[in-house]
Write a protein of this length. Structure first.
Length: 465
C-alpha cells in the first residue's frame, strides 16, 4: 500500500465536506442562539474598526496602488478608502487592511484569524446584493464557524508544518460566507469548497523577517474564497469531499497527525466557535500578549524601572517561542517580535500603536534589552496550550526576583473586553479616519445591524468620502 493510499484509508475527517455544506445551507438567523448573534455583532464591529484604521497602512496602500495601475475603479465601497473596487479587489484590500495592524480578532484553539478574512468578503457581497442585516449575520457566522472547525481540527500541526493557519483555512470561510449571501445550493457550496481548497496557502516564514507578506495573506484568502463561490455559482466544479479526500486538504495540511486527527465538529455538536474568539486590545502578536501583560503588570506593581532590569526570563508555550528571535527593524516584524514587545512593556508599561514608529524601533536600548531576555518552553507550560496561552515572566533586579504568570490575555472569553471597551476601541480607531461623529453613528448602526433591511447604505458610510 502506498503512503497516499494509507492516508486515504484512515478517513481522518469522514463526511467533513458534507457537514460544512449542510451547516451553511441550513443556518438561519432565527435559529441562532442569542449569544452567537451577539458575538457576531461584536466581531463585525471590531473587524470593521480595524479595517478602517488599517486602510491607511503602508501595505494596504501599496496593494491599492498595484490594483489602481492595472484596472479601473469599481462600484464597491472599501472601508477606510476613497477609491471603490470590484468585488474581488474589495475583499483583497479589506482583508489586507484588517490584518495590517495586528489588532484583528482570532481563534486560539486553531491559531487562526477569522474576521480579517470573512468580514471583508461579507461586506462587499452584502453591499452588492443589498442584503439585510440578518442575512449578513448569517453569513458572518457561517464563515467564522467554517474557518474555526477546520483550524481546530488541524491544530497544531498545520502551524508546525510551516503554514499560516489564517490563510490556509481562510478561503473556505470566505467561500461559505459569500455563498450564503448569494443563495448557493448544496452542490454549489460543495464545489465552492473544492475550488477554495486549491487556494489554501501562506507560509509562516515571516517570523524570520519580511512580515509584510503576513498582511497580504488575509487579503488573498478573502478574495480567493469569494472567487471560489462565484465560480461555483457559474457551474465550475471542484474536487468532491475536498476536506477529507485523498490528496485533499487534511492530507496536505495536517499530514503529521493524520492517524489521530480530530473530527470536524460544527454546531450544535460543538459550541459556536465565534463566541470563543478573542479581541485584541494591543497591536501585537497574540502569542506574545500574555507575557507582555505579565511584564508591565510586574513593572507597575513592583515599581520596577527599565534601567534596573538585569534579566528577564519568559517561560511560555512552544509556538510562542518561535517569535523569540524575530527582528524589529520594520513595522510588521516589530509587532511579532518577542524582544521588542517585551522591551516596550518594560520601558513604557504598555504597548501602543505609536510605539512601532521608526524612531522608537531604532532606539538602541531594545538591542540591549534583547541581550537580557531568554524565552523557553518548559513542558509543564507548553502542555497547557491551546487550552490556555500561558506565560511566566521572571524579572531580576538589584532588589530581587519578581515572578508573574498570565494564563490568558485580555480580550479572551476568560478575560473579556466588555461591550463598552469594544466600542471604545472602535471609536478610537475610526474617529481619526472618518471623524468622531461618524464613528459614533457607525458604532450604533453596526451594533443594531440586525434591524437593517438593506445594509448597502451602512457599507457606504464605512468608506471615505
Amino acid at each position: 500500500m502506498s503512503h497516499a493510499e494509507a492516508v486515504h484509508t484512515l478517513q481522518p475527517a469522514a463526511g467533513a465536506t458534507d457537514q460544512i455544506v449542510q451547516f451553511t445551507g441550513s443556518l438561519r438567523y432565527d435559529a441562532l442562539p442569542e449569544d452567537a448573534r451577539h458575538y457576531a455583532r461584536r466581531h463585525l464591529l471590531d473587524t470593521v474598526g480595524v479595517m478602517i484604521a488599517g486602510a491607511g497602512g503602508t501595505i494596504a496602500t501599496q496593494a491599492e496602488a498595484v490594483i489602481k495601475a492595472v484596472r479601473p475603479a469599481g462600484k464597491i465601497p472599501v472601508p477606510g478608502r476613497a477609491r471603490r473596487a470590484d468585488l474581488l479587489d474589495a475583499a483583497f484590500l479589506g482583508g489586507t487592511a484588517a490584518h495590517g495592524i495586528e489588532l484583528d480578532d482570532g481563534y486560539r484553539h486553531g491559531s487562526a484569524h477569522c474576521g480579517c478574512v470573512v468580514i471583508p468578503a461579507v461586506l462587499a457581497v452584502a453591499y452588492d446584493k443589498h442584503a439585510s442585516g440578518r442575512a449578513l449575520i448569517e453569513a458572518v457566522v457561517a464563515g467564522y464557524e467554517t474557518n474555526i472547525c477546520l483550524a481546530r481540527a488541524c491544530a497544531p500541526d498545520l502551524r508546525q508544518r510551516g503554514f499560516h493557519p489564517t490563510s490556509a483555512v481562510g478561503p473556505f470561510g470566505a467561500a461559505m460566507a459569500t455563498g450564503k449571501l448569494r443563495g448557493l445550493n448544496a452542490t454549489q457550496f460543495a464545489n465552492a469548497l473544492g475550488i477554495a481548497a486549491s487556494s489554501s496557502a501562506g507560509l509562516f516564514a515571516f517570523v524570520g523577517g519580511g512580515g509584510d507578506i503576513k498582511r497580504l495573506h488575509a487579503g488573498h484568502a478573502s478574495r480567493e474564497g469569494m472567487q471560489a463561490a462565484l465560480l461555483a455559482e457559474q457551474g465550475v466544479e471542484g474536487p468532491p469531499n475536498v476536506i477529507e479526500a485523498r490528496d485533499g486538504f487534511m492530507q496536505a495540511f495536517a499530514f503529521g497527525r493524520i492517524d489521530r486527527a480530530r473530527p470536524i465538529t460544527l454546531p450544535p455538536q460543538a459550541e459556536y466557535g465565534i463566541t470563543d474568539c478573542y479581541i485584541k486590545p494591543y497591536a501585537c502578536c497574540r502569542h506574545i500578549q500574555p507575557a507582555v501583560e505579565a511584564m508591565f503588570g510586574l513593572c507597575n506593581d513592583e515599581n520596577i524601572s527599565f534601567d534596573e532590569i538585569k534579566t528577564v526570563e519568559v517561560e511560555t508555550y512552544k509556538i510562542a517561542t518561535e517569535h523569540a528571535h524575530v527582528p524589529w527593524s520594520d513595522f510588521a516584524s516589530a509587532q511579532l517580535s518577542f524582544p521588542y514587545l517585551m522591551g516596550l512593556a518594560a520601558r513604557y508599561r504598555g504597548v501602543k500603536f505609536e510605539h512601532f514608529d521608526e524612531k522608537t524601533r531604532s532606539d538602541p536600548v531594545f538591542a540591549e534589552f534583547d541581550r537580557k531576555l531568554t524565552v523557553t518552553a518548559p513542558a509543564e507550560i507548553d502542555q497547557l496550550y491551546p487550552k490556555l496561552r500561558p506565560a511566566r515572566v521572571t524579572v531580576t533586579t538589584p532588589q530581587g526576583r519578581f515572578v508573574r504568570q498570565a494564563d490568558e490575555a485580555w480580550g479572551s472569553r476568560q478575560v473579556p473586553l466588555d461591550d463598552e471597551g469594544l466600542i471604545g476601541k472602535f471609536l478610537g480607531l475610526v474617529g481619526p479616519v472618518l471623524g468622531e461623529a461618524q464613528a459614533k453613528e457607525l458604532s450604533e448602526r453596526l451594533w443594531t445591524i440586525d434591524k437593517a433591511d438593506d445594509v448597502a447604505p451602512l457599507v457606504e458610510m464605512l468608506a471615505k468620502a
